[in-house]
Design a protein around this ligand. Structure first.
Ligand SMILES: Nc1nc2c(ncn2[C@@H]2O[C@H](COP(=O)(O)OP(=O)(O)OP(=O)(O)O)[C@@H](O)[C@H]2O)c(=O)[nH]1
Ligand SMILES: [Mg+2]
Ligand SMILES: [Zn+2]
Length: 305
């Protein structure tokens, strides 16, 4: 005989909205937010992941990860650091009062291109001195096709709103650039909601230590946005050499036009990339970064390592 009432509730699917070590907040498809732990050690999850949850007394256990469309992450020599899953767009936040590092921006671009995500640069703190100089430094990125949105989030995040509509976005950038300020401007009251989630996760830590996902209201075009902790390094060792090369948009039309089919675009004669540098068609520092990243990736993949 069956006892439907006595069996455990059926598993629910949901969206990971906060992630802190092995603790997660999951918003189930019936609209409830549940504090969850992860079953087993094999899964790595990020905000934006869809998961299957089994309810327990007062919480839940994440039993399975549902398929991802994208996974935006960085890595170092030892481990991979998941930033957000299922994003369609990466917004890199920069500001004039902190040293903006072109190489870091280029690394964000490579990671975003590798996942076929749109990359937008948010040039924040337009009210601060030195903003004109920052804009000049960002012009080459705009010329490559990466939109640069100017704003002063402390006053008004309005300029970013059209870029968010209908997208699933992750905000990234060094600490202090204004990611959380942008979130608060877009969704007033975010700070208190964040505190609620921290309590649910029993961490008691400050919001900037872990990523949090916020749904955007239908009136703003729907979708969601993830605020991530600041990071000043962005390792790409997880990307294969071919993926790195393909992430440099201005080099794509040149690939296949070198004298040697297996050209590594270093010092080979008849290299279309080197020729493009010589005629001023591509930026030498971007090619230098491509070569360095491909070299690192090859070392990371070398047998016996
Ligand atoms: N003048 C000015 N200050 C801003 C603006 N936006 C943010 N700030 C200030 O910059 C500081 C850092 O802002 P946050 O939003 O905490 O920066 P964050 O990128 O979230 O930093 P982490 O969480 O550490 O990664 C705060 O003191 C903000 O008030 C702006 O448009 N203009
Ligand atoms: Mg923050
Ligand atoms: Zn070449």
């Amino acid at each position: 005989m069956k006892h439907p009432a006595s069996s455990a509730a059926a598993p629910l699917d949901g969206l990971v909205t906060a992630s802190f070590r092995r603790h997660f907040a999951v918003r189930t498809d019936d609209g409830e937010t549940v504090a969850c732990v992860l079953k087993g050690r094999h899964l790595a999850l990020a905000c934006g992941d869809r998961v299957r949850v089994a309810r327990t007394d007062g919480g839940g256990v994440i039993e399975a990860l549902l398929p991802r469309t994208t996974l935006f992450y960085r890595s170092d020599a030892f481990r991979e650091k998941l930033i957000a899953a299922n994003v369609t767009q990466v917004i890199g936040v920069v500001a004039p009062d902190l040293g903006v590092d072109e190489e870091l921006i280029n690394r964000w671009i490579v990671a975003a291109e590798a996942e076929r995500c749109r990359l937008v640069l948010a040039a924040n703190k337009a009210d601060k001195p030195g903003f004109d100089a920052l804009q000049l430094r960002l012009a080459p990125f705009a010329a490559l096709g990466y939109p640069v949105v100017v704003l002063s989030a402390k006053e008004d995040a309005g300029p970013l709103l059209p870029w968010l509509a209908g997208q699933t976005t992750v905000l990234i950038g060094q600490s202090g650039m204004g990611k959380s300020t942008i979130l608060n401007a877009i969704l007033p009251g975010t700070a208190t909601r964040t505190a609620d989630i921290s309590e649910a996760l029993a961490t008691g830590r400050h919001t900037t230590t872990h990523s949090t996902l916020y749904p955007l209201p239908e009136a703003m075009g729907g979708g969601w946005i993830v605020d991530s902790p600041g990071a000043k390094a962005f390792g790409l060792a997880h990307l294969a050499p071919a993926a790195i090369l393909d992430a440099f948009v201005e080099l794509r039309p040149l690939i296949g036009h070198c004298r040697f089919r297996d050209c590594r675009h270093h010092r080979e004669p008849g290299c279309a990339v080197t020729a493009a540098i010589e005629r001023g068609a591509v930026a030498p520092h971007r090619v230098a970064l491509m070569r360095a990243l491909v070299g690192d990736s090859e070392v990371a993949r070398a047998p016996g390592r």
